[in-house]
Every structure is written in C-alpha cells, then in structure tokens.
Design a protein around this ligand. Structure first.
Ligand code: ADP
Length: 441
C-alpha cells in the first residue's frame, strides 16, 4: 500500500512541496514557501473528497471528474462499484417483479408470517380467499384475522402443521378452505390457503352415495340372512334340505361377510362425516384397552400369546367409539395375520411427550411395497388370507380416519415372515392425567 501511495502520489506531492520551497526561497522564506506547497496539496485532496461526497449524495445527477493521482483510482473504483450495484438492483428488481407476477397468478393464497405470527406479505389471492384488506392488515396477527377455533388449535400446535386444517372461508361461509402453515428460515412461516369447496362437494356426494347404498343394502341382507339361518338349521337335520347343507353354509358365510362390509362402510362414512376433530372428552383408555384385550383373548381362543404393557395413569381426550375401533381393528388384524402359537404385544405408554399405542405381532408380515397403501379402502396385501379370516379390507382405513380425527399419526413397521408393528402417536395436548376420567365400558 505504501509503495502504491509513493508511486501515484509521491512525485506530484514532492514537486509541489519543492516548488513551494523554491518560490519561498526566491521571496526570502523557504519555510513559508514549503507551507504554501503543503496547503496546496491539502487543498487538492479536500477538493477531490468534496467531489466524491457530492457524487455519493446524488450519483444520478452528478458526474465524477477524472481526478488526479490516488483520486483517479478512488473515483474509478467507486464508479465500478456503483455500476455493479445498479446491475444487481436491476436483476433483483426483475426477480421480485417475476415473483410478484407469478404469486398474483397463483390461485392459492400465500401469506408470509414473522416469528410472532404477524403478516409480513401476501399475494392477491389472499385478499379474496382470506378476506385480507391490503396495507392495513400488514403487521396484524393472522389468528386475529382467521378466528375459526379449528385454525387456532392447528396454528398453536407446531407438531401438527404438516397436516393442514379445513375451515369455512372468512369471505364466504359456504366455501371451504384448506390451510397449511409451513415453517421456514429463522422462525418465519408461510401460510398457504386453497379453495377446496368443489373437492369437498364431490367428496360429500361420494360419501353420501356409499352411506345410502350401504344403508339400503342392510335391510334386504338382514332378511336374506334370516332365511339362510333358518335353512341352515333345517339342512343340518335329516330333512328336505340336507343335501343343500354345504351350499347353504357357504351362503351364510358370504352373507355374514357382506354384513360386515356394510357395517364397516357405514362406520367409515360416519367417521368421514364427523365434523372436524374428535371431542375432547377424557376417556379411560386403560379400561377401553382392557376390554379390547378381553375380546382378543376370546377371538384367539388360546391360540396366541397376548401380552400387554399399559400405563394405567395415561388417559386420552377423544371419542370412545373411534378409539375402540382403532384398538380392536389393530388387535383383530394382529390375530388374523399371526399363525397359531405366535405372540401379540400391546403397549400403551408415554413416549417423548406423546401418547403411544403399539400393537406388535410375530405374524406373516407385510412386504415394504404394500405398506404405504394398507390404509386405502379394500387394499389387501394378502387377499386370500384376508378373505379366509373374514376381513373386509376396510379395517385400516377405519383406523386411519379415526386417528386423523384425534390428530394422531399411524406408522407401520413390518418384515415379511417376522411380524408387524402398528404404532399410533397421539399429540401431547390430547393426553390427560387420570383425575378427570369418564367411565369407559
Ligand atoms: P382386512 O380386513 O383385509 O384385514 P385391513 O384394512 O384391516 O383389511 O388391512 C388391510 C391389509 O393389510 C390386510 O388385507 C392385510 O393384507 C394387511 N395387514 C393388516 N394388518 C396386518 C398384520 N398385523 N400383519 C400382516 N398383514 C396385515
């Protein structure tokens, strides 16, 4: 740096100093002359600094002079930096314009929230879908604007935000919005809202159709079953129908299966039409599990070893019928897909701040490719065994829906030939101590 300064400034400064001293010598005072030379050097620097300051204050209005010595380089460098910054600004401006144009074209509402849930930015669709009012809503808390209780409970739970929530649109209660909050950066969140009214309408008509069809089929099937039961009794004796014994038995089995399918379809339709999340009644889960274990013992008829590890102090807020479906379906599956002599183990306990229900078996297991599809209606990994053991193909779909209503998550681990484990995790806010328990039975 010193060498550079001497190279660009040394010659001229020394010349001015010597010139001043020479002029001073001619006029009788070398010191005064040198002082004059120094003042001149100082003046040149101050002049250039002033030029730079004036240009920095209004770079668009003024031009930078060429400058001398070190100032030529300083001016050039400042100009280059300024040009680079302008280019960058232009580029960023174009990106922002493109981003704005694409988010305006987006049919979904997008709202950026800061770490305290206040609105920082939103797109055009948010105005119509979420009834935001433009500038006045910037800086307001989102849960002061979206006041639906389901949204409040969803927004308050950091562990549930992956799933999203459905609420009536604030601008039109006939429409339904699906809202999801995605955390990003340093505590910020992006809220996405989509109009799912049409989708909901189709879903409701499909559900109603299935529920009505099942309901309509129930009565004729009950009549058929009644006659078949009578014929069954008749055929077991040495009467007219004795040669029809086997076909009648098969018809009875099949009609019983149809009744089970219809009952499961109705149960599923009920679960799907249930409004939002399940109630928060405190249930005596250990008692509910105890009753399901007794049923399982009865079903197994002593062919399996059924073990349990139940935390008696752990209660859950939810709906009894739903949770009974979950426990009994998982236990019945474990029994049906575990050959005699196998072991079934149920656990109900606290785990990392959540409530965990696990049903583990040493049964036939499930291939990895089937696991993601098991909760689909009528999806069977082992069709023959399912039919043979009276399965409806709807058990796990019921489990999944019942768990969703309790904000719980189902995970399945399995190894073909070694066994399976079905784990349900319930969020902390549904756990209760046993001081406020409703009697389950
Ligand atoms: P199903 O009435 O056929 O048992 P589910 O919905 O209860 O219907 O289960 C779907 C499929 O998942 C079953 O057909 C079976 O192939 C598989 N499955 C469920 N539970 C188990 C288990 N514990 N072990 C092995 N396979 C299972």
């Amino acid at each position: 740096m010193l060498r550079y300064l001497i190279r660009v400034e040394g010659g001229r400064s020394l010349s001015l100093l010597l010139l001043g001293a020479l002029a001073g010598w001619l006029l009788g005072s070398v010191r005064l002359g040198a002082l004059f030379g120094l003042t001149l050097i100082l003046f040149i620097h101050l002049y250039h600094a002033g030029q730079l300051l004036a240009w920095l204050q209004a770079p668009k209005k003024r031009e930078l002079p060429d400058g001398v010595g070190i100032w030529r380089d300083i001016f050039q460098l400042s100009l280059d930096r300024h040009k680079q910054a302008r280019k960058r600004k232009k580029r960023l401006g174009a990106i922002v314009r493109e981003f704005r144009a694409s988010t305006t074209a987006l049919p979904d509402a997008a709202v950026v929230l800061d770490r305290s849930g206040c609105i920082v930015w939103y797109n055009q669709a948010a105005v119509s879908l979420l009834a935001l009012r433009g500038q006045p809503d910037i800086g307001l808390r989102i849960n002061n604007l979206l006041r639906h209780p389901d949204f409040h409970s969803y927004f308050g739970q950091s562990d549930a935000q992956d799933r999203g929530v459905e609420i009536p649109a604030p601008s039109d209660s006939e429409s339904t919005l699906w809202i999801r909050v995605i955390p990003y950066g340093d505590g910020q969140r992006l809220l996405i809202a989509r109009d799912v009214t049409e989708l909901k309408r189709l879903e409701v008509s499909r559900r109603d159709f299935v529920a009505n069809a099942s309901h309509e089929l129930r009565t004729p099937l009950t009549v058929l079953r009644g006659y078949l039961d009578m014929m069954g009794e008749e055929s077991s004796e040495a009467g007219q129908l004795s040669s029809w014994k086997n076909p009648i038995e098969e018809m009875r089995r099949q009609s019983a299966r149809m009744q089970r399918i219809i009952a499961d379809l109705l149960r599923l339709a009920n679960l799907e039409s249930g409004s939002g999340f399940a109630d928060s009644t405190v249930l005596d889960m250990p008692a509910l599990i105890g009753a399901a274990l007794e049923e399982a013992e009865h079903l197994s008829g002593g062919q399996h070893r059924i073990e349990s590890e139940v935390d008696d102090s752990l209660q859950l807020q939810g709906e009894q019928a739903d949770l009974h479906s979950v426990v009994s379906n998982l236990l019945s599956n474990a029994l049906r897909y575990t050959p005699p002599g196998g072991r079934i183990r149920l656990r109900w306990q606290r785990d990392g701040g959540q409530a965990l229900l696990s049903v583990q078996d040493t049964g036939i297991g499930i291939a990895a490719r089937d696991i993601p599809r098991l909760t689909e209606r009528f999806y069977r990994a082992d069709v023959a065994r399912s039919r043979e053991t009276g399965g409806t193909g709807l058990g796990l779909a019921i489990v999944k829906h019942a768990l969703e209503r309790h904000e719980a998550v189902l995970t399945i681990h399995s190894q073909p030939g070694r066994g399976s484990e079905f784990i349900c995790r319930f969020p902390a806010h549904r756990m209760s101590d046993n001081s406020r328990v409703a009697v389950a039975g």
